[in-house]
Design a protein around this ligand. Structure first.
Ligand SMILES: [Zn+2]
Length: 326
């Protein structure tokens, strides 16, 4: 059974977010949208079109703990008997949302934004934006939270779907794959436009997780699957069934990443060594207030170049500097 797409508004730059409904054998929702009145109304309207209400939902399964995907889950939980499910890797974000968010903000403030060489005004602008976004969610009652392993199986729409862990945009990202019907719920891993490799607070080691190299590895996993239809977290479904083979999108995104990585190396070779200045070169076409996503992507290119052995990192006066490997 094909998942039914319901698009919910987010009020964020990303535009709408998709939640997917399986009606049978029991109503299950994939993702929950953001916490806002507009989103809540759109969800009720979307369900009503299929003769359902929020109260009918038996489960809500979250693909990854980003606010546009889980922020509304608390509202659904409060208005139904639905359990909320998420991969065990992402569970703390749902039960200790504010604490996790504060810790990430602290890492950005005390460590990351200083290391990349941003001045205080730019850093404060980024932190204020993040703080505002953090408000758009509600904590989940942990007694009604269920977790699944990153290599587990989920029953959706009367079929068994494989959980595929695809870290990159988010380290707890999970896609769901149905091999017999060749369907992929691709969350924010595979979208028509490349998702940004979000910089996360290091958890178990002092080193930051290299998100873009992980994203590339996750992409190889997805490229190896036999898929007819892709149901993404944002935008319309695609895939061979819809006349746009997912391999075309994957190849395009991977070659764009390779060519931007090469551009980044050229700037470093020509004498730009600090991430904040590299962002200004690589994203000169974006106004400064929109360069934050560019910073995440740039850190990704640096991580790829480091993994290639093409550059090395040195910390000078508390700021990361990158030089071509000799
Ligand atoms: Zn998203």
């Amino acid at each position: 059974m094909e998942p039914i797409r319901i698009e919910l508004p987010t009020g964020l730059d990303v535009g709408g977010v998709n939640v997917y409904l399986f009606k049978q054998p029991e109503p299950v929702l994939i993702d929950a949208g953001i916490k806002s009145e507009e989103s809540w109304e759109a969800l009720q309207f979307g369900l009503a079109e299929h003769n359902l209400t929020v109260m009918d939902l038996s489960r809500v399964i979250i693909t990854h703990p980003h606010i546009d995907h889980f922020g509304g889950a608390g509202m659904i939980q409060a208005n139904s008997d639905a359990d909320i499910w998420i991969c065990e890797l992402g569970a703390p974000w749902l039960t200790e949302t504010q604490e996790m968010w504060e810790k990430r903000l602290a890492y950005y403030k005390e460590e990351f934004l200083i290391r990349v060489g941003l001045d205080e005004a730019a850093a404060n602008m980024i932190l204020a934006g993040m703080r505002a976004i953090g408000q758009q969610s509600e904590t989940i009652d942990p007694t009604r939270l269920r977790t699944f392993p990153p290599d587990g199986t989920l029953q959706l729409g009367g079929a068994a779907w494989q959980v595929i862990h695809t870290p990159g945009h988010n380290s707890a990202m999970t896609c769901f794959y149905q091999p017999e019907n060749k369907m992929l719920l691709s969350a924010d891993h595979l979208l028509k436009t490349t998702p940004t490799p979000v910089v996360e607070r290091p958890l178990s080691s002092p080193h930051r997780i290299p998100a873009l190299p992980l994203f590339m590895q996750s992409m190889s996993k997805i490229a190896a699957l036999n898929i007819d239809a892709v149901y993404p977290g944002h935008g319309r479904p695609f895939g061979a069934k819809y006349g746009l083979d997912h391999h075309i999108i994957i190849d395009k995104q991977c070659s764009r990443i390779q060519s931007r990585k090469a551009e980044c190396l050229t700037h470093i070779t020509e004498g730009t060594h600090v991430p904040a200045q590299l962002v200004d070169k690589m994203y000169a076409h974006h106004p400064p207030q929109f360069r934050f996503a560019g910073l995440w992507m740039l850190i990704g290119y640096l991580d790829l170049l480091l993994a290639d052995g093409a550059i090395q990192q040195e910390t000078v006066d508390g700021v990361w500097h990158y030089y071509p490997s000799s």
